[in-house]
Design a protein around this ligand. Structure first.
Ligand code: DQQ
Length: 546
């Protein structure tokens, strides 16, 4: 049914209808990418959770298959098939470990295997008769024990997996071990824990190469010295991560900085992006991550639209050159979607208080890359040492506040009279000369004027970007897709994803601008913007879904 759907996406993944939350168990197997996701087949609100299943050959176009896992068994999952992960067992056999809600609503961990490995789409999955394999005993809270990661094998050939939990009010990743993947024993020590957070949902634990993108899950002896590990966990509505050294001999994970440490707020995304999960793409030798981007409109709106929830565009994830953080970037396949409608600018001065419209592309479905240079850095406003929260800073210093170096950036999904606009911008501050870092780059995504509608969450988001504007260009890549805006600052050092629901700035009514609201000039070194074609979403019975 083609209804008027201004907020449905053109190239971000979504099922034909109903509720979707996080992706769970992405994988690449025998030439096919699989995406499973938390899915309510009956309603556009959360509930009746099953594993939706879609496949793709290129992570761009998708075929929706039948549901892979539904609640069936009173002792293991009758109240929901919640999140989990894929692990490849010996002989390259994919298996699912997932959390089930049993008849008492207790959270337990279960196993499922493909019914027929020669089916290229792996449409049917069979649950193990041994389920549940792990139950909340020995002090584990029965309602706070879920989301097993991809398991990995140590040099002793024993499998390890971690599971998100909360004990005594603290978040932790409990470790379990098994020789046969069926019988699991809880390790005394968790992989990691924190007394500064609540429940850890959807942990993700993976190696990141010091050089390049090697995020493979298999280990050799040297690996532990050459690779760092990232532990991502989801709490307080965001996906936080830490980096550290993991020893496959002792299972110790020594973190470099810890969750909620002052001054080290490492997140995969500083906007709307939760319960993400990554996988190792053995074909392209890279690690790819997806996050759940939920709605900012109301439950009543969900019924009008008939759906809720998006996946971010898949991103590669690598360790930065500095080794201090992760970098994310839209997978290269995105280029296939760029249409011939392209606009470019080069070396254009943007004076203080000026705005340029970028004509000639479909601004409601676009990919925009822009880089800025600032010559009058010395003139930047002084950073106050009490400004530690970038989100607050973006909120207080929003567009109505005139700065010196910045705000400059993009206005996306803007109406022609600018009454609606989503602003993604930078501001640069100078720190005290005695400090090592002379400039601070703030990146903001301001949704406060994104729609003339009022019944929306229009939170402004912000992040610091770890770049030196004295020696580097300030770059921004923004993916615009009707109601989702994903912005990558500083080559993927800080990412902010948001949801917006304009009334006027929809389809052909959407405009794109570059602006400089500061008093100092900035130079647009380069801007490229493309209209994006639609990705193809079909159900395997052949109907077009979007
Ligand atoms: N969503 C799942 C849980 C997970 C939570 C249930 C995070 O397994 O902890 O749909 O969004």
């Amino acid at each position: 049914v083609k209804r008027n759907q201004p907020y449905r996406t053109g190239y971000h993944f979504q099922p034909p209808k109903n509720w979707m939350n996080e992706n769970t168990g992405p994988m690449y197997f025998n030439g096919v990418y699989h995406l499973f996701y938390q899915y309510n087949p009956y309603s556009p609100l959360w509930g009746n959770i099953t594993w939706g299943h879609s496949i793709s050959y290129d992570l761009i176009d998708w075929i929706h298959l039948d549901i892979a896992l539904t609640p069936t068994d009173s002792n293991s999952d009758i109240n929901g098939c919640w999140s989990g992960s894929i692990t490849f067992l010996q002989g390259n056999k994919p298996t699912i470990l997932y959390t089930g809600k049993d008849f008492q609503n207790h959270e337990v961990q279960n196993l499922a295997l493909p019914e027929n490995l020669s089916d290229p789409f792996l449409r049917e999955w069979t649950k193990s008769p041994l389920n549940p394999l792990m139950t909340p005993i020995n002090g584990i809270e029965p309602l706070l024990f879920r989301d097993p990661t991809t398991a990995w094998r140590g040099l002793d050939n024993i499998w390890r997996v971690i599971i998100g939990a909360e004990i005594d009010g603290n978040g932790l990743a409990i470790m379990y071990k098994s020789g046969d993947f069926m019988h699991w024993t809880r390790s005394k020590a968790p992989l990691h824990s924190s007394n500064k957070t609540i429940m850890w949902e959807c942990p993700d634990f993976f190696p990141v190469g010091i050089k390049g993108s090697d995020g493979d899950n298999s280990y050799s002896n040297e690996d532990q010295y050459e690779k760092k590990h990232a532990l991502k966990v989801s709490f307080h509505s965001h996906d936080y991560y830490v980096l550290g050294q993991y020893s496959i001999e002792t299972d110790e994970f020594k973190v470099e900085t810890d969750f909620m440490d002052e001054g080290f707020d490492l997140r995969l995304d500083y906007g709307k992006f939760y319960a993400s999960k990554s996988f190792y793409d053995s074909e392209k030798k890279r690690r790819v991550v997806w996050g759940w981007v939920n709605e900012s409109d109301s439950d009543a709106d969900a019924f009008i639209k008939g759906w809720s929830g998006l996946q971010s565009f898949p991103r590669t994830i690598v360790l930065s050159e500095s080794g201090k953080q992760l970098l994310q970037w839209p997978i290269e396949e995105i280029k296939k979607l760029r249409s011939d409608e392209k606009v470019s600018l080069e070396n254009k001065m943007l004076r203080g208080d000026s705005i340029i419209e970028i004509f000639g592309i479909t601004a409601s479905q676009a990919d925009v890359e822009v880089s800025f240079e600032v010559s009058e850095l010395e003139e930047a406003e002084l950073m106050d040492s009490s400004w530690v929260d970038p989100q607050l800073l973006c909120d207080g210093k929003n567009l109505s506040v005139r700065g010196k170096v910045g705000a400059f950036g993009l206005l996306v999904l803007a109406s022609d009279n600018l009454t609606e606009q989503t602003a993604i911008f930078f501001r640069i501050f100078k720190t005290d000369k005695s400090e090592k870092k002379k400039y601070v780059v703030l990146m903001c995504s301001d949704q406060s004027k994104s729609s003339l509608r009022n019944d929306l969450d229009k939170t402004t988001y912000g992040a610091f970007v770890d770049l030196d504007p004295l020696h580097e260009k300030i770059t921004l890549r923004t993916l615009i897709d009707h109601s989702i805006v994903e912005s990558f600052g500083g080559e993927g050092r800080s990412v902010i994803t948001t949801r917006v629901y304009p009334l006027l700035a929809i389809n052909k009514g959407a405009h794109l601008y570059v602006f400089n609201n500061g008093t100092k000039s900035v130079k647009i070194s380069k801007l490229n913007a493309w209209s994006m074609n639609n990705a193809k979403f079909v159900s395997w019975k052949g109907e077009e879904n979007q």
